[in-house]
Design a protein around this ligand. Structure first.
Ligand code: SAH
Length: 214
């Protein structure tokens, strides 16, 4: 794995940038420091890896901006051994950040090419997660219920099936809105039919799309 002192230095700067933008959770900042983001991008684009911006990863999708990854992760409030369902594997970068926090991660991607690439790449650099090719709208009922659910694509509405796969006391973080802008929404399941909702600012994600794509 090519992760040099220079890369680590760039990551240290990225962590400070993300901290200055308001991320306070030291565990999340440490995870951003540990994950070699440049390895998630094609070699020609390495110089963009430690800028705080989203970047195309093929198939019309993006690797999320590090600040956004840190913000969602902080809101999710992951604990060691938390059982986490991620919808939208994409590059697998967010998956790796969740693994660094000690979570047991299940992740779903609807595009076969991204699913295959992320699964083999994360395995090759030593992250253990469970990967699924499928429609994240459906969640993964046979593996649930989950302590945490993280959706990394913009949803038109909150999928009922995901809510139902949350443990009591569990937390879901999901950007909700139209294709131009989504509100980061945090949902806490208080009881069988009781959910608390809070809103945490506006973001722009690629859309959550129903069904899977070959
Ligand atoms: N977490 C990713 C972000 C990827 S962008 C990263 O760190 O790189 C969002 C991803 O969600 C895209 O790869 C897209 O294909 C995927 N996606 C969109 N709708 C989906 C659905 N219904 N089920 C699973 N994945 C979905």
């Amino acid at each position: 794995m090519n992760d040099s002192y220079q890369h680590k230095g760039l990551r240290r700067n990225l962590v400070e940038e993300v901290r200055n933008k308001g991320i306070e959770d030291e565990r999340v900042l440490e995870a951003i420091f540990k994950v070699p983001r440049h390895l998630f991008m094609d070699t020609g684009f390495v110089k963009y890896a430690y800028k705080d911006q989203a970047f195309p990863i093929g198939c019309g999708q993006t690797i999320s901006q590090p600040y956004t990854v840190a913000f969602q992760t902080q809101l999710l409030d992951v604990r060691k051994h938390s059982k986490v369902l991620e919808v939208g594997t994409g590059s697998g970068y967010q998956t790796a950040v969740l693994c660094e926090l000690g979570a047991k991660v299940y992740t779903i991607e609807r595009q076969r090419e991204l699913y295959i690439k992320a699964q083999s790449f994360l395995q090759s650099i030593g992250y253990k997660a469970t990967f699924f090719y499928g429609d994240g709208y459906e969640g993964k009922p046979s593996y649930g219920p989950f302590d945490r659910i993280l959706v990394t694509a913009g949803a038109g509405e909150i999928p009922e099936k995901l809510k139902s796969q949350l443990k009591t006391g569990g937390v879901m973080v999901i950007p909700v809105g139209d294709s131009n802008c989504q509100v980061m929404t945090r949902i806490v399941r208080k009881g069988e039919d009781e959910f608390d909702f809070t809103e945490h600012g506006r973001f722009v994600f690629v859309p959550l799309v129903k069904g899977k794509e070959g």
